[in-house]
Design a protein around this ligand. Structure first.
Ligand code: HEC
Length: 186
């Protein structure tokens, strides 16, 4: 028993000396070990699932929501997550961990899995992810906008560059029309 206590204390002291010396390289260019990456991914996925599982997914099958999601995504997310037809950016290249490319994911056909993904996306977009550069958009956006973005991220799976260009164009034209209408009322 005493031996174990001494061993434990000794290893804490050694760990402290090592970390205090600055030997750990915090550079984003210095990758984790494969096993560390697996542990982080496991922790992250469980953490998201536990917090997202009871979220009520609103009805997202609506053209206005699609366009809102497309416009927000194009304006705020592509620098890191890219989009179909966009080249890597200076920002996206330097990230560690890398921001996933949603359009390279296989779309799910299972409605339950889709709902699960939508909840997880919503939760991450709203709350961000520690130590990854993924910001918490819930500080500046309401839940409706975040659901629209989560739905659009789902829709991005397997989207072609042409489809992406078109939906963003429609979304932008649409919001310009609204601005013109608003001016008309003044
Ligand atoms: C500054 C870079 C950056 C910006 C801007 C950014 N993200 Fe992220 N995002 C990341 C990184 C990096 C990760 C990966 C974190 C990880 O590996 O755990 C991530 C993760 C995510 C995830 C979870 C990914 C998964 O595997 O399911 C979602 C969803 C997401 N981002 C959506 C968005 C949306 C929507 C926007 C725009 C509103 C956005 N992000 C803007 C960097 C960014």
């Amino acid at each position: 028993m005493r031996k174990i206590a001494i061993l434990l204390i000794a290893s804490f002291i050694l760990a402290f000396i090592a970390l205090d010396s600055g030997v750990y390289n915090m550079a984003a260019t210095e990758k984790h070990w494969a096993v560390t990456e697996k542990i982080i991914a496991w922790m992250r996925d469980n953490s998201i699932e536990a917090r997202a599982k009871d979220l009520q997914v609103p009805s997202l099958n609506n053209e206005q929501i699609r366009l809102k999601g497309a416009e927000h995504y194009n304006a705020m997310c592509t620098a890191c997550h890219l989009a179909p037809g966009l080249k890597p950016t200076e920002l996206s290249l330097g990230l560690y961990p890398q921001a996933p490319k949603f359009f390279e994911r296989t779309p799910s056909k299972d409605p339950n899995e889709k709902l699960e993904r939508a909840r997880a996306y919503f939760w991450v977009i709203k709350n961000g992810l520690k130590m990854t550069a993924m910001p918490a958009w819930g500080l500046s956006h309401d839940d409706d906008s975040i659901w629209a973005m989560a739905a659009f991220v789902l829709e991005l799976n397997a989207m072609t560059p042409e489809q992406y260009r078109q939906i963003v164009q429609t979304a932008q034209d649409n919001s310009h029309d609204h601005t013109h209408q608003d001016h008309g009322h003044e």
